[in-house]
Write a protein that binds this ligand. Structure first.
Ligand SMILES: Nc1ncnc2c1ncn2[C@@H]1O[C@H](COP(=O)(O)OP(=O)(O)O)[C@@H](O)[C@H]1O
Ligand SMILES: [Mg+2]
Length: 287
């Protein structure tokens, strides 16, 4: 495992005071665990993970991040870039602690979850992995960003090529089904599964409608909610080297996207997750 920032130390320090399971009260409360998962690269998991983490941290929550994609480490690199850019330009930017985990390090994941945080955001690789499955089995909220395409939809369900009606669920739905059972056995918890329609563009109305119809149909069959994600914007590709998010548009002098519209979109995304963190200040997220 490699550690950026002080997540390891923070988790260890707080271990004595934190409970590992259940949703208890006060200081012993388990954090809300948000996992970004699907077995597909490029759908926006890491970008969304960083945005959720920064939105919750800016709302005053104590947030930690686990990046389980130890080959790419995009989420960890994103947040490292943030601290480096803040230092270079003497900006008051904060970043949550990040731990990079790989297969065989589930105990470290459990340590982080027991570390006294309000929310733990876990990014997973776009492929099957032991650590990714362990993360889903610990999720309170599983966020699956998909692009509006039947190639992405195919991870969740198969459709009839004539009618576009769903014929059967696919492997990722089955994996989540198993993880939900595991979670129920472990501590009786439930996994709220939210499929984010990410990188939407207004150009493809017919395809969008078809994918939307199939998602609605499948959501009822296998139990997920559908929510809007972050729309397609070139700015996302440019934010990474500086580690900035839509919340930091004030620091992006050449941004063509309006500060207000960008924040509104992120606020809607956070609201759609329906996180039970209101009493911890999350109602102010992205306010
Ligand atoms: N809403 C978006 N609009 C435009 N580009 C995006 C958006 N979300 C992600 N990207 C870009 O797409 C690529 C993949 O995103 P990433 O978050 O790394 O996906 P994943 O973690 O699922 O592989 C990156 O180059 C990223 O900057
Ligand atoms: Mg990624």
């Amino acid at each position: 495992m490699s550690t950026t920032g002080s997540a390891g130390a923070a988790a260890t320090e707080a271990n004595g005071a934190a409970a590992t399971g259940g949703n208890g009260a006060g200081a012993l409360r388990r954090p809300h665990v948000i996992v970004l998962g699907n077995e597909k690269g490029g759908s926006g998991k890491s970008t969304t993970a960083v945005h959720i983490a920064m939105a919750l941290e800016s709302a005053g929550l104590k947030v930690a991040v686990a990046d389980c994609d130890h080959r790419q480490k995009s989420t960890a690199r994103y947040l490292e870039n943030r601290l480096a850019w803040a230092k270079r330009h003497d900006l008051p930017l904060t970043s949550p602690p990040v731990v990079v985990l790989e297969d065989g390090e589930t105990d470290r994941l459990d340590e982080l979850i027991a570390g006294g945080f309000d929310a733990v955001i876990i990014d997973t690789p776009g492929r099957d992995s032991e650590i990714g499955r362990a993360a889903i089995a610990r999720a309170d909220t599983l966020v699956t960003p998909i692009n509006d395409s039947f190639i992405d939809f195919d991870l969740l369900g198969q459709v009839d090529p004539d009618s576009f009606k769903v014929t059967k669920p696919s492997f990722y739905s089955e994996l989540v089904w198993k993880a939900r059972q595991q979670r129920a056995r472990a501590d009786g918890g439930t996994v709220d599964w939210v499929v984010l329609r990410n990188r939407l563009s207004s150009l493809e109305a017919r395809n969008r409608k078809r994918v939307g119809g199939a998602l609605d149909e499948l959501s009822k069959r296998i139990g997920f909610r559908v929510a809007p994600g972050l729309s397609e914007r070139v700015i996302f590709r440019e934010l990474f080297p500086r580690g900035l998010t839509l919340l930091d548009m004030a620091y992006v002098s050449d941004a063509s996207v309006s500060h207000v519209a960008a924040r509104a979109e992120l606020r809607e995304l956070i609201a759609s997750l329906q996180l039970p963190l209101a009493n911890r200040g999350a109602q102010e997220a992205v306010a």
